[in-house]
Design a protein. Sequence first.
Length: 371
Amino acid sequence: MTWVTLATNMIEFFIAWELMLVPSYFLILFWGFPETRKRTALKFWLYTQSGAVCILIGFGLLYAQGGSFVLANIVANGDLIFKIIFILLAAGFLVKMAVFPIHWWLPPVHAEAPTPISVLLSGAMIETGAYALVRFGTLTLYEAAVYLAFPVAALGVITMFYGGFMALAQLDIKRLLAYSSVSQMGYVLFALGTTTIFGVSGGMFHLINHAFSKGLLFMTAGAVIHQTGLRDIKKMGGLSNKMPITAFAAAIGMMSIAGSPPLSGFASEWLMFLGGFQAAIPIPGAGVNLGFLILTILAVSSSILSAAYMLRFFWRVFLGPHPEELEDVKESPRSMTIPMIVLGVLIVIFGIFPSLALDVIVPAFAGILGP
């Protein structure tokens, strides 16, 4: 994944992109649940390779138009061919982000994969798709991407609500968190679609926060599954008395995803919504972009849905009376709780001091996107 961020030409980028899939595939194949791991690994491979085909075609067309594999040497404009190239690349990146309607690989992979792989998938891998979309959308193909900004933002809002409602309907603890990841990638996609400094900066900051928060939540889910042997949240309850450290860590992750201050999720969501209103009213007194105004209001309202499915998750698992069969459940071992504490502390630190990240992110995009 690091190589993807450091790649300077299309060949290097594509090789790094493909190599990123190999360890995940074998981790699922060898350490997934025995009954379903082969099918799950195959589904993961097929979906991600379908996205890679789109990227490969897009790179071929980009080379034909730009005459170079080096990204910095390519000069693109808003012509139709560059819009087609951006659509092809975006399709490949969006498969990795698992946004609606090309998200179908993510929930079953999360449901069947071991917890460390789930942490890797939602905490890092799906976010490389967002990074790639930003890199090509704000640099190489900026003029073409601007023409498609509204559809991108609209798809983000649709993904927010779809993922949120699906998360609200889940009983499997890991599927619930998987659909939450789908919804959260919708927030990022909406932010990128605003093409504003605040919006894109907020989206990038949200990737950091999502890595911390969702990584923490999958750790707590894995700890619960390890200690109880259960995945169905209907069969759980009252675990805050049995697993207080895990419950406290889950509360921090839950509130951050829901956008509660003073945690890091609040700061990133605030910036993303501010970017949406900036896109709706770019110049005070010069008129309103009604489409972006509606999308931003919908995006803000989706925060209620995020809070709803997160509260349902926490209530079902950690609050209320606990079933008799969970009477002997104990707290997770230190090998599980210490990483949770570390991520929880990072969420609080970046929530209280968001400037630690924003002092780097905002100036970078201010230089790219202009005033």
